[in-house]
Write a new protein. Structure first.
Length: 394
């Protein structure tokens, strides 16, 4: 087995089972190593620490597969890890009320760089690290054995691949090519999902539990759904009896799919679909004195690296400030950040600063996080990327 030696004093995080070794912690590595090679990680005193995959182009130089010296990294290893992850999710989909969910959540399932989402009879995979990419075909074959779905599709088309020195890769891995739209079920709602070109792997599965809260807050209320994408939150609000829902989204195709999803659920009335930039639209509403009972802010990632925290933080503050000014007394704000670099305390402070500037009396009534099929390992706090608040505003 090829070996990487880390610097003295840098082994503490590994002893706490954190799955990353950064480039600055590496003392020496064999010259013959190539991307995705399996390596033993050894302390400067020769103590064996872990086994992982080598990535020479990434700041995360090694992503760790195992902390067990006797565990071989093989096709059997991946099948066992996949079987464990899938088995953990079985209670979520066994009854058929939910047909789309995350089956493998990367580091938090002991499979760094691997995402597997299920959409009915199709799986969508992302191989976001050199190690996951190296074992791609074995992983696809194991998935097909464990879950004999109609097709397994790859959506490795994110910026994370670039940081690993990998090219974008999309297409069928096994089985059938998915149709243009796949229909999924989320409790009593149905949605069309574009697996081949939709955001992430097609749908915001991580917001399922938060969408399920709409009936408690939106009945007979006027709702503004910002960054609406294909309508998720707004359609849940309509189903819950909202008197009116306004969706704001810059993507014309996403808005059209939102219309289709509303129609799919018999909810074509009492909805407005506004193709516009959210910042621009909120300012226009403010200038006209337009107000709402419930506002949902589910923006895309504003912060992709630590260097963007200040600029991205301004963006979060701006939209929350505008939204707070548009809420009627007693209204509710659902506000989120999916930027992992914006940790929960910072996000809460940003919202608090926005409330001060908006001169509104605001109470947090619930803290929100990603759905339970997106677990977070205690040893990998970075896995908690989605955080949100429900705020009552006076």
């Amino acid at each position: 087995m090829k070996t990487v030696i880390i610097k003295a004093g840098r082994e503490n995080s590994l002893k706490r089972f954190h799955p990353w070794v950064f480039s600055g912690s590496v003392k020496s590595a064999e010259q013959s190593l190539t991307p995705g090679d399996t390596v033993d990680v050894v302390a400067s005193d020769g103590t064996w620490l872990a086994r992982g995959s080598f990535s020479p182009h990434s700041q995360i130089r090694i992503r760790l597969w195992s902390f067990d010296a006797h565990e071989e990294i093989s096709a059997t290893f991946f099948r066992n890890r996949l079987e464990r992850a899938i088995g953990m999710r079985e209670p979520f989909y066994a009854g058929g009320e939910v047909t789309a969910l995350r089956l493998v959540n990367a580091e938090s399932d002991g499979l760094p760089g691997l995402i597997v989402d299920r959409y009915g009879e199709y799986l969508v995979c992302q191989f976001l690290s050199a190690g996951a990419d190296r074992w791609k075909q074995h992983i696809a074959e194991a998935l097909h054995t464990l879950l004999p779905v109609r097709g397994i599709y790859e959506r490795s088309d994110t910026e994370a691949r670039t940081r690993e020195g990998l090219k974008s890769s999309t297409g069928v891995l096994l089985g059938e090519d998915p149709p243009g739209l796949v229909e999924i079920r989320e409790h009593d709602l149905r949605f069309h999902v574009d697996l081949r070109s939709g955001h992430k792997t097609g749908f915001y599965l991580d917001q399922r539990d938060n969408r399920a809260l709409m009936p408690f807050f939106t009945e007979r209320k006027e709702v503004l759904n910002c960054f609406a994408y294909t309508g998720g939150f707004g359609i849940c609000a309509q189903k819950a009896g909202a008197s009116a829902v306004t969706h704001i989204e810059t993507s014309k195709s996403a808005l059209e799919l939102a219309r289709m999803n509303a129609a799919l659920n018999g909810l074509s009335e009492n909805a407005v679909y506004l193709e516009d930039d959210v910042f621009t639209a909120l300012r226009a509403f403010r200038d006209r004195g337009r107000t709402f009972d419930v506002i949902i802010l589910d923006p895309p990632k504003f912060v992709s690296s630590s260097r963007q925290i200040i600029q991205g933080g301004r963006g979060y503050k701006d939209i929350n400030l505008l939204a707070l000014k548009l809420l009627r007394k007693g209204g509710c704000l659902f506000t989120f950040s999916c930027s992992a670099h914006v940790e929960p305390p910072l996000f809460y402070k940003i919202v608090a600063d926005a409330a001060v500037d908006a001169r509104r009396d605001v109470r947090i009534i619930r803290y929100l996080f990603q759905s339970e099929d997106h677990p977070v390992s205690l040893y990998f706090p970075e896995g908690l990327y989605l955080k949100g608040l429900i705020c009552r505003v006076w």
